[in-house]
Design a protein around this ligand. Structure first.
Ligand code: NDP
Length: 484
């Protein structure tokens, strides 16, 4: 497959290059080879992208919702038709197995375009009757130019989850992918043009954090939506606040999975596997603190060990492979260091922990048992395939310890006790909770975090509120009375 894009950026409906920008080498995590070379955006490129987005916004917003929605739904169809190619590219960009990318990346992006495309014609204000026949009506209006900044774990999905609600509401967007995974957002931009989006409605510029920062500081920008880590979130939020811009922050987590004695063992093990090893653990909502009630602990660890025998590590383009490398050597080093800390601080390594002697940025799926709440591996987001298993005695203790974190992205409970499942869900300090499953994020449901894990919600009808604002129009039906 041709992995080198026609140019680094996509602005005003065209591929645009500026070789004066710093070189960005795109590495295939399975081989370590350079598969594309791009250039970071120069100030001229950033300006060009913002000018294109600004220039296109009024006309895009003036189209009817049905017309905008039609473009997005066509984009969804094109993405589904090209799912194979988009998935292969996503696998080159991220190293995630094709087995995953073919069902979770372009398909999830297509879902977002389809869902928000369907909502576009239904975005309305309301009529508010007042005394004397006066009334107010509200108009739901676009914010203007939105900036999207993405992380490297779900590059296609992140671009679409931000573009779809933004464009539906009549905004335009400049999107900056992570410099580690810059390829697929360019495909999303091409597809939107093919689907009939006017030029300038969705633009992509490449670059490191500094490019993101320069976008946020520009007065033409009305809103910033970031998917990234908490430290970056704090910086981006502060920079956006300086210009009082709207924000959505989808940040990191250290989410709990609480497994009670009465849980279905097989489902609980599956949930813990999904919540720790999918995408080699590089998922923000991962349930990396697995609290297991003492009565089921031995059975859980035994069955988990058996299921880990089914890991197929290898060429992520091979559809049989179900476990890929980490996205980069740098991320692998971070994870290796956490594994070392886990051992030094006294956690019991019961599976994995090694770096396989092979090409690619692989780390074995790793399980620590007898983890305590104070250990570094139980407190900090690792963003790799490292599961911490912690014991607990009763429900009150489990809930208290599950909530004893500054993060609040996700939480799940595995139990057959219906009332306990709902009690736990009500008690979890997390934006997205699961009962007897983990890590699903359908576009129909709000997704996002509490506490340090985020601000605002992506997906669902709620996302519309984060990409539009209400204008109040007061209509007087009587003469105006004034005191003098
Ligand atoms: P980072 O926070 O390092 O980067 C996120 C994006 O922000 C990148 O595009 C980065 O550019 C950019 N950036 C960095 N500094 C600035 C700045 N000062 N101003 C503007 N933009 C900046 O996250 P990672 O890419 O390492 O992704 C992993 C993190 O993302 C994890 O913590 C994970 O939990 C979180 N995440 C959260 C999700 C959620 O929905 N809650 C979903 C997926 C991931 P560059 O990297 O090119 O320098």
């Amino acid at each position: 497959m041709q992995t080198q894009p026609k140019a680094s950026h996509f602005i005003d409906g065209q591929h645009v290059e500026d070789t004066a920008g710093e070189v960005i080498d795109v590495i295939y995590p399975y081989t370590g080879e350079v598969i594309a070379t791009l250039h970071s955006a120069t100030p001229a490129i950033v300006d060009m992208a913002l000018a294109a987005a600004k220039g296109a916004q009024a006309a895009w917003a003036a189209m009817t919702g049905v017309e905008r929605g039609r473009v997005l739904r066509r984009a969804a169809d094109i993405m589904r038709e090209r799912n194979h190619d988009l998935s292969v590219l996503e696998t080159y960009d991220t190293g995630k197995p094709y087995q995953e990318t073919s069902v979770a990346d372009a398909t999830s992006g297509a879902d977002a375009f389809e869902y928000f495309g369907g909502l576009a014609g239904a975005l309305t204000g309301e009529h508010i009757p007042l005394a004397g026949g006066d009334f107010v009506y509200t108009r739901r209006e676009a914010l203007g130019v939105c900036v999207g900044i993405g992380a490297w774990n779900y590059p296609t999905q992140i671009a679409c989850w931000k573009a779809a609600p933004a464009l539906t509401c009549g905004n335009t967007m400049v999107f900056k992918p992570s410099e580690t995974t810059p390829l697929s957002a360019l495909k999303v931009a091409e597809i939107l043009i093919e689907a009939g989006a006017p030029k300038g409605v969705f633009n992509v510029v490449q670059g490191l954090g500094a490019v993101g920062a320069s976008l946020i500081g520009d007065p033409r920008v009305a809103k910033v939506s970031l998917t990234g880590s908490v430290p970056t979130g704090k910086k981006v939020y502060a920079a956006a606040a300086a210009g009082l811009r709207h924000v959505t922050m989808e940040l990191g987590g250290k989410s709990p999975i609480v497994i009670f004695d009465d849980a279905d063992l097989e489902c609980a093990v599956s949930g813990a596997i999904l919540g720790n090893f999918y995408s080699s653990g590089q998922v923000c909502s991962n349930g990396t603190r697995v609290f297991v009630q003492k009565g089921i602990k031995d059975a859980f660890l035994k069955r988990l060990g058996e299921r880990l025998q089914n890991v197929i590590m290898g060429d992520p383009q091979d559809p049989d492979v179900n476990f890929g490398p980490m996205v980069s050597a740098a991320q692998r080093k971070i994870v290796q260091d956490y594994i070392k800390k886990g051992v030094v601080e006294g956690a019991r390594l019961v599976a994995g922990g090694q770096t396989p002697d092979r090409d690619g940025f692989f780390i074995e799926p790793t399980v620590f048992a007898d983890v305590t709440d104070d250990m570094t591996i139980a407190r900090e987001e690792i963003f790799g395939p490292v599961m911490c298993v912690l014991d607990f005695e009763d429900e009150a203790e489990a809930l208290k310890r599950a909530n004893a974190t500054e993060f609040g992205l996700a939480a799940s409970v595995f139990t057959k006790d219906l009332t306990r499942a709902h009690r736990m869900s009500a008690g979890f300090e997390a934006g997205t909770c699961y009962i007897n499953t983990h890590n699903l994020a359908p576009v129909e449901a709000p997704f996002g975090g509490s506490k340090l894990s985020g601000v605002g919600r992506e997906n669902s009808k709620l996302a519309i509120n984060h990409y539009s604002e209400m204008k109040t129009v007061y209509v007087a039906m009587n003469d105006v009375e004034a005191p003098f």
